[in-house]
Design a binder for this molecule. Structure first.
Ligand code: ZN
Length: 140
């Protein structure tokens, strides 16, 4: 892509598509016709779009283009954080549950139930992941 060359890309600022297209083609994301642009202008637009995507997905739990290793790293970090929180003295609040007002007791027990259910889901997901890995190894 030389400085003076032309590129066809989706001109829609709100559209996340940054893939180059051809003359007369329509963007598969938003339906806008690809526009011929000077390469430098196209590059600026692509950078703008990428920034928008990054800003939007900053707080997401995962992104489509995230590597498996990145996800595993995040899961390990979260589990480590959870284990530390649970071991933390503030978490000993569960031991004092019987001293709570009845309404607070119900809320606290509800929270505890959700936390325990999440532990089950986390371990089940790990089992599913391991099974899928084994399945993939067999079939390849
Ligand atoms: Zn588009």
């Amino acid at each position: 892509m030389g400085i003076l060359s032309k590129t066809y890309i989706c001109p829609e600022m709100e559209c996340p598509n940054t893939v180059e297209g051809k003359e007369g083609q329509v963007c598969p994301e938003c339906g806008t016709e690809y526009k011929k642009m000077a390469s430098i202008q196209a590059k600026n637009l692509m950078v703008f779009k990428q920034d928008q995507i990054n800003a939007k997905s900053k707080n997401m739990l995962f992104k489509k283009d995230m590597f498996d290793g990145e996800l595993e790293f995040k899961i390990t970090n979260d589990m480590d954080k959870l284990a530390k929180d649970e071991a933390d003295k503030d978490w000993k609040i569960w031991e004092d549950i019987s001293s709570f007002e009845p309404e607070a007791q119900t809320t606290a027990l509800g929270l505890k139930t959700i936390i325990e259910q999440n532990k089950i889901i986390i371990r089940q997901n790990e089992l599913i992941y391991r099974q899928l890995k084994k399945f993939n190894e067999k079939s390849s």
